[in-house]
Design a binder for this molecule. Structure first.
Ligand code: 8YV
Length: 319
């Protein structure tokens, strides 16, 4: 394996970089140098690509004719054209399961923080305002109906946690799931009408771009809370800003944005939003498990044992 050439175009966590350097011939651009030069030099012999947030499309794949596998750090792989990779016989892997509980915990925390205004209350105390008067009464989770957009692994883990909070749970996804008792809504707008909390946990990419639009926010209504821990691309941010400004919905808790790390000023200006810098999986424990799974996928592949966690578009064994 040591003679196998791997490429890492952007820095990844030390656990990944150090393991791959030990086991393979890892190529990385020197800090401050143009990755283009490295690509021209080693691209033709690179067999494995380790990525986090790097766009992998036909243009990049053209530069990597010997590529066999793309190992993505993250369960979401909307930055990778997996259909195109499959067409070229390149396997794509992601990091499912190891982050499910962490992201679900964060999602529930973000919901509680948003509905009970926990960050705002903290700011209130620090500003010394408690000495003047108590913080105003907040909204509540009591009696709420929660809709989950995308009942995949993370969506289910969120629903499972929310059962303990005694809230009604419903969902929308491509199809109803036989093994859950939650109410299924065949369209997102129906789900939004039926609930007052919408939790976005569906994959990003062209199919889901902007599906949480003005109509959906109107259907969610003036008591409505939007929570997004998936991808910013699912939400029409302009429509969301307008909906928060004019009271179409009550508030939003967002861990993800359309153009990270840039966050629209129109969202930052809203005191009733809770905004997090994409930290759903960002604990030492879980990021280490994700990094290890990136390494393990590459090791398994180059040991001839196939990928451990191939994505749906590049099934293994090949059909
Ligand atoms: C990643 C994520 O850690 O897994 C995903 O899809 O969004 C995060 O858990 C992040 O994309 C890596 O920076």
């Amino acid at each position: 394996m040591k003679s196998t050439d791997l490429l890492m175009l952007r820095p990844m966590m030390p656990l990944v970089t150090e393991s791959l350097e030990r086991l393979f011939t890892l190529h990385r651009p020197e800090p401050g140098t143009d990755p283009e030069r490295l690509l021209a030099e080693v691209g033709p012999r690179v067999k494995g690509l380790a990525v986090s947030g790097v766009r992998v499309d036909g243009v990049l794949l053209d530069r990597l004719p010997a590529l066999e596998i793309v190992a993505n750090f993250g369960v979401g792989y909307d930055t990778i054209d997996a259909v195109e990779a499959n067409r070229r016989g390149v396997v794509v892997t992601n990091t499912p399961d190891v982050l499910t509980d962490e992201v679900a915990d964060l999602a529930v925390g973000l919901l509680l923080a948003t509905v009970r205004q926990i960050p705002q209350v903290d700011r209130y105390l620090r500003a010394g305002k408690w000495l003047e008067k108590p913080y105003p009464l907040t909204g509540t989770l009591r009696g709420r109906r929660v809709g989950i957009l995308g009942l995949g692994r993370i969506g289910r883990a969120i629903a499972h946690r929310l059962e303990a909070f005694g809230v009604a749970i419903a969902y929308h996804g491509r199809r109803p799931q036989a093994d859950v008792a939650y109410a299924y809504h065949p369209s997102l707008i129906d789900l939004a009408r039926a609930v007052d909390v919408l939790m976005v946990v569906a994959p990003g990419g062209p199919e889901t771009k902007g599906i949480v639009n003005r109509e959906v926010l109107e259907a969610l209504g003036p008591e409505g809370i939007l929570i997004n821990v998936a991808r910013g691309s699912l939400v029409d941010e302009e429509a969301l800003i307008a909906a928060l400004q004019d009271g179409t919905i009550q508030s939003a808790g967002l861990d993800v944005f359309a153009d990270e790390p840039r966050v629209p000023a129109g969202l930052i200006a809203q005191e009733h939003t809770v905004l997090l810098p994409h930290v759903g999986s960002a604990s030492v424990h879980t990021r280490s498990a994700m990094g290890q799974l990136v390494v393990d996928n590459l090791v398994s592949w180059f040991s001839g044992k196939g990928p451990l966690t191939p994505v749906a578009e590049t099934p293994w064994p090949r059909p």
